[in-house]
Write a protein of this length. Structure first.
Length: 300
């Protein structure tokens, strides 16, 4: 080995080790995004999520350790549509890593590729609650939307790590073939027209995909806790419509749902995870969809 080559060799090794042995370091805002990156990135990515699966992603604390992680990241993946507006900009500003700033190569906003549901065209104020004018940000709970985001993530990973392009392509194909089969099976398990009451509009896209009717919400406005008068209205509607399930995301308090179930014949409360790692056995997005489908299958 010539001296020059030896120096070059040592430097390349150093560069590799700084880069987590060549892996693309990815930070996601949610565990659902994390799972999606893992499906597509496989062994070539090192992924961490800022929020936990048991946490409401609207409210996350911008911890100093997150800023440090972002300063070393190759890619920051977020949902967008204002979901992380209260905390992600703080993390990115503190990280001093220009390549992961909004609009840069190392920044990916999934919501940019979604034709959202629940867009608000009229002017909104604080009094309307915690609304998302550009549309509902919980689109990854629809497996078809997740697939379209996985495709875009695959393109992004190829852009950042061209050498492993064929691996990303094949991971995506495996994921997409598997998910398409599952979606067919899930559609058979849920009866179209199943009526439910929900806490927050978290499952809007899932309901839309599987033909579930969301009759009422326990929240009078997004982010606003239920009031007594609102609950009475929900009970009335539930009795009239013969709703069988009231759904509560496991980071909300189920007390109100139980109160409603007491006054509505045949209504059962289902406390469900809505994020990967939101329950011990829910380790991937597919596990999560399985869990959701099982909460809605059976009698209407
Ligand atoms: Zn929301």
């Amino acid at each position: 080995m010539t001296k020059l080559f030896r120096i070059f060799f040592v430097f390349s090794l150093l560069a590799l080790s700084f880069n987590g042995f060549g892996k693309v370091r990815v930070l996601t805002t949610t565990t659902n995004l994390k799972s999606l990156v893992e499906y597509v990135g496989g062994q070539f990515v090192d992924v961490e999520s800022f929020s936990k699966g048991t946490q409401d992603p609207h409210y996350v604390e911008a911890k100093p350790s997150y800023t440090l992680k972002a300063s070393r990241a190759d890619l920051v993946v977020s949902i967008g549509l204002d979901l992380e507006a209260g905390w992600l900009p703080l993390i990115l500003r503190g990280a001093r890593n220009p390549s992961v700033l909004m609009g840069k190569k190392g920044n990916f906003v999934a919501g940019e590729f979604i034709d959202t549901l629940g867009k608000i065209t009229t002017p909104v104020s604080r009094a309307d609650g915690d609304v998302h004018p550009e549309g509902n940000p919980h689109f990854l709970l629809d497996p078809v939307s997740a697939l379209s985001i996985a495709k875009k993530l695959k393109d992004k990973l190829i852009q950042l790590d061209e050498g492993n392009a064929s691996e990303y392509e094949s991971n995506f194909k495996t994921f997409s073939d598997m998910l398409n089969l599952k979606i067919k099976e899930w559609k058979k398990r849920i009866s179209v027209g199943t009526k439910v009451i929900s806490y927050h509009k978290t499952l809007t896209y899932f309901y839309h995909r599987f033909g579930i009717s969301n009759i009422a919400l326990l929240e009078p406005k997004p982010g606003v806790p239920p009031s007594a008068s609102h609950i009475l209205g929900v009970i009335k509607t539930a009795n009239k419509e013969k709703v069988s399930r009231v759904i509560v995301e496991n980071y909300f308090d189920p007390t109100v749902a139980k109160r409603v179930a007491k006054d509505v014949k045949g209504l059962s409360v289902k406390v469900i995870p809505v994020s990967v790692e939101g329950e011990p056995k829910v380790l991937t997005l597919v596990d999560l969809y399985e869990r959701l489908v099982s909460a809605f299958e059976g009698s209407k």
